[in-house]
Design a protein around this ligand. Structure first.
Ligand SMILES: [Zn+2]
Ligand SMILES: [Zn+2]
Length: 437
């Protein structure tokens, strides 16, 4: 771990997109060729927007500056804009000059309470209040890239508006990082009038720059939190027999919970991860406290599995506590949704993704334990969500800093692949889908 950290610290990222990356496969349609003619003028702007947004990250639900940048840009392109669509959410509607269906493209806008350690001229120096403390703010999940890419797609498609066969809806989402931004947008009517018949999204990922990765079906886990309060009986640290030590009981529960994923559920069907990330109890070396609070996360890909594991968490905690004369109060949140790619839509769009993949190529990937709130948009609409590689070609994929790290770095060489892929997904979908009567 330390070695990896030192290697990452020594890493001095290239600032400019490498020019010599092999090109994607040639465009196969008139619309795809038109997109290629628009890219050279748009890409320098995308790079500039991404650097600007990277330097000025905003925490979830506070994306005021970013939303204004997006709004001003969409308006300048002649795109119809709706502001404050759920917190700072922005919806843009581009009506093409030809009849066709409606497709939505989504980008999330929020940064994280992380102090950036990557040495860039546009390194974030932003600070904000987070849980009562001043923290650094960083686009440590790479959403700066998502926003800049979608702004670029808007410019490309607005520049060929007369040829676009249908309507493109741009969803710039606040608060993806656990604060319900997608739901807020849906509640505000982001998917209404017009309602899209497909929605596409991407996430930058520490795979090879310019690669496109996707899994058909369940791709990203549903994340849910659980809380366990172990209630013992306070006593002096020198005479534990006079009380019930909740710290020892909590320790046994942590280990007991680890046997659920490793021994009790069929991880050959779909994987699951259960992590206790926070324990609080006691405030002095020689006082056994009355209680301990534990908070954790459960990651699953299947609702039946989630319910089964939730019951096992409760049983394990309660019965280990009972064996020591303590009690455990267990609360398990419903949590988020599994992000699953619609099988037939994904299969239909695979040629587009394969054709537009850049230097790193196209790859099918395994399930990812990370979670997303993109499936909130996809609950009633077929969707495709894919991963765009951003690891520079000379960096080791095994040790490179991943999303949410203060060392997370996205190679700008991926931006063009992102714009090309999203623009082509939109036009290929619109021209291939049967227009509604
Ligand atoms: Zn994230
Ligand atoms: Zn993210």
């Amino acid at each position: 771990m330390r070695r990896a950290l030192l290697a990452a610290l020594a890493f001095s990222p290239a600032l400019v997109a490498p020019a010599a990356l092999p090109a994607q496969q040639p465009a196969t349609s008139e619309l795809a060729r038109l997109i290629e003619t628009k890219l050279p003028a748009v890409m320098p702007k995308v790079v500039a927007w991404r650097r600007d947004i990277h330097e000025h990250p905003e925490l979830s639900g506070q994306e005021v500056r970013t939303a204004k940048l997006v709004t001003d840009h969409l308006r300048a392109l002649g795109i119809e804009v709706q502001e404050k669509m759920g917190m700072t959410g922005v919806v843009g509607v581009l009506k093409g000059g030809k009849p066709g269906p409606v497709v939505a493209l989504r980008a999330d806008m929020d940064g994280l309470p992380v102090t950036e350690l990557v040495d860039l001229p546009f390194k974030s120096k932003a600070k904000a209040q987070w849980q009562g403390q001043e923290v650094g703010v960083m686009h440590a999940c790479g959403h700066d890239n998502h926003v800049a890419i979608l702004m670029g797609v808007a410019e490309v498609l607005a520049g060929m508006k007369a040829q676009v066969p249908g309507t493109v809806k741009f969803l710039f989402q606040p608060a993806e990082e656990g604060l319900g931004g997608a739901q807020a947008m849906v509640d505000a009517g982001a998917l209404a009038a017009p309602t899209p018949s497909a929605v596409f999204g991407l996430h930058v990922w520490p795979t090879r720059v310019g690669s496109i990765g996707i899994r058909v079906g369940p791709q990203m886990a549903a994340a849910g939190n659980f809380t366990i309060i172990v209630k013992g009986k306070q006593t002096h640290g020198s005479q534990p027999w006079s009380g019930v030590d909740p710290i020892v009981v909590a320790s046994q529960i942590v280990l007991g919970l680890q046997t659920i994923a490793s021994r009790q559920v069929n991880v050959a069907y779909l994987p699951t991860v259960l992590t206790v990330g926070q324990i609080a109890g006691g405030n002095r070396s020689n006082i056994i406290p009355d209680s301990v609070v534990m908070v954790g996360t459960l990651r699953t890909f299947d609702d039946a599995m989630r319910k089964d594991i939730a019951a096992r968490i409760t049983r394990t905690a309660e019965q280990i506590a009972a064996s020591a004369g303590a009690t455990a109060l267990v609360r398990i949140d419903r949590g988020g949704l599994v992000q699953a790619n619609d099988t037939s839509l994904t299969e239909r769009m695979l040629p587009t993704l394969k054709r537009t993949a850049g230097y790193g190529g196209f790859q099918t990937i395994g399930p990812i334990m990370g979670s997303e709130d993109f499936p909130v948009f996809a609950r009633e609409i077929p969707s495709v969500f894919f991963f765009l590689g951003v690891t520079p070609k000379d960096k080791d994929l095994a040790t490179v800093a991943v999303n949410h790290s203060p060392l997370f770095f996205a190679d700008e060489g991926a931006l063009e692949t992102g714009v090309r892929a999203m623009a082509n997904l939109a036009t290929d979908y619109l021209s291939g889908a049967k227009p509604k009567p």
